[in-house]
Design a protein around this ligand. Structure first.
Ligand code: RTP
Ligand code: MG
Length: 139
């Protein structure tokens, strides 16, 4: 059954560039309600665990290094059809292919440093939310 929640991270590149506020505005203007949020920093071990699904991919080492190099914003977002609609709002993985009006078109630098994460399924949204948040931090 489709849930109405997804999980996102504003990645280290976008935090470094001072784009937390701009990206949160695009998220709330897009109709998403923030039901959990924190500024946090993934250790290398955390990043390896979070992206374990990509362990066999050639970019895994680079991805882990990137995601653990500085603070991120982690958040849970609520909206009808949240997972699919949020993937549409963030745009293609490669910003060169991201549509006009998407977060990655506006703020991503490259296919690796692409500003935001969005869960790719309801199941993964629940797993990723639980990775970052305790029940009492979710509203
Ligand atoms: P995300 O999981 O972060 O929302 O991104 P996505 O679904 O659009 O892309 P995915 O295939 O899940 O890849 C996860 C992240 O790995 C980095 N990546 N680098 N150098 C490369 O070719 C490459 N490909 C992917 C990106 O940070 C991507 O978002
Ligand atoms: Mg993904």
């Amino acid at each position: 059954m489709a849930t109405n929640r997804t999980f996102t991270m504003i990645k280290p590149d976008a935090v470094e560039a001072g784009n937390i506020g701009n990206i949160l505005k695009m998220i709330t203007d897009g109709g998403f309600k923030i039901v959990a949020m924190k500024l946090t920093h993934l250790s290398e071990t955390d990043a390896k665990k979070f992206y374990a699904v990509h362990a066999a991919r050639p970019f895994y080492g680079e991805l882990v290094e990137f995601m653990s190099r500085g603070p991120i914003v982690a958040a849970i977002l609520e909206k009808e059809n949240a997972v699919e609609d949020f993937r549409a709002l963030i745009g293609a993985t490669n910003p060169a292919e991201a549509a006009e009006g998407t977060i990655r078109k506006a703020y991503a630098k490259s296919i690796g440093e692409n500003a935001v994460h969005g869960s790719d399924s309801d199941e993964n949204a629940a797993i990723e939310a639980a990775f970052h948040f305790a029940g009492r931090e979710i509203f």
